[in-house]
Ligand binder design. Structure first.
Ligand code: OGA
Ligand code: MN
Length: 215
């Protein structure tokens, strides 16, 4: 599609990205990426069928050890179905060749009233790249600079879209999923429904990149 690959040269879809300044947009170019229509409606339905059985067993929880996420269920699971395996292959080019995504995806199921509060993913457990596929409801992902909180970037995550955070966008900015009452993309209201995200991460440096997968 437009913009080609998913490597550091990749361009975000400009209609899906807002920045506090053109300088900030330039600085995070290739580091915070969003692509609409990454998975088709058919693939999305198949992915949901694959991951929902694992989610049913979990209840919606309201706290978490390192993130402020009210109203969610989550699971970490290997994607063994056809659609899941195909998706893993398709997100792999977003990762450095020697630091591929872990074969298991983090499945986060957010209620309409749920949010993911601003946080950094643990540097102990996650590497340089985060790639997320959003299903069901649209939402807004906001990045905010740790150093200059007036510097922000917002990504409009439509159902079927992919986002990638790496480098400075992953280490120097918090990220959050806005709660329904704050869910705007500029002047556009983005009403939140139930949202399921499939999030892929790699291992942090220092881990043996060739070690066998954990599950
Ligand atoms: C997380 C997170 C974002 C998303 O769970 O660490 O940032 O896309 N989730 O749901
Ligand atoms: Mn996160």
């Amino acid at each position: 599609g437009p913009g080609g690959g998913l490597g550091p040269e990749a361009e975000a879809d400009p209609a899906l990205l807002r920045a506090s300044s053109p300088e900030l947009a330039r600085r995070l170019r290739g580091l915070a990426l969003v692509r609409g229509g990454f998975v088709s409606e058919g693939e999305a339905a198949e992915l949901l069928r694959e991951v929902e059985p694992g989610l049913c067993r979990g209840r919606y929880q309201s706290d978490h050890w390192d993130r402020a996420i009210p109203g969610y269920r989550e699971t970490e699971r290997g994607l063994r179905g056809g659609a899941g395996r195909a998706l893993l292959l398709r997100v792999t080019p977003a990762f450095p060749p020697r630091r591929p995504p872990r074969p298991s995806a983090h499945v986060l199921d957010l209620l309409p009233e749920g949010r993911v509060g601003p946080h950094l993913d643990s540097v102990k457990f996650c590497g340089c790249t985060i790639a997320g596929v959003s299903l069901l409801s649209p939402s807004v992902l906001r990045l905010r600079s740790l150093q200059d909180p007036q510097d922000w970037l917002e990504l409009l995550l439509k159902p079927g879209s992919l986002y990638v955070l790496r480098g400075a966008a992953r280490y120097e900015f918090t990220h959050e999923i806005l709660p329904d009452e704050e869910s705007f993309f500029g002047g556009l209201r983005v009403p939140r429904g139930r949202r399921v995200a499939l999030i892929f991460r790699n291992d942090p440096p220092g881990e043996n990149p060739l070690k066998p997968p954990r599950n």
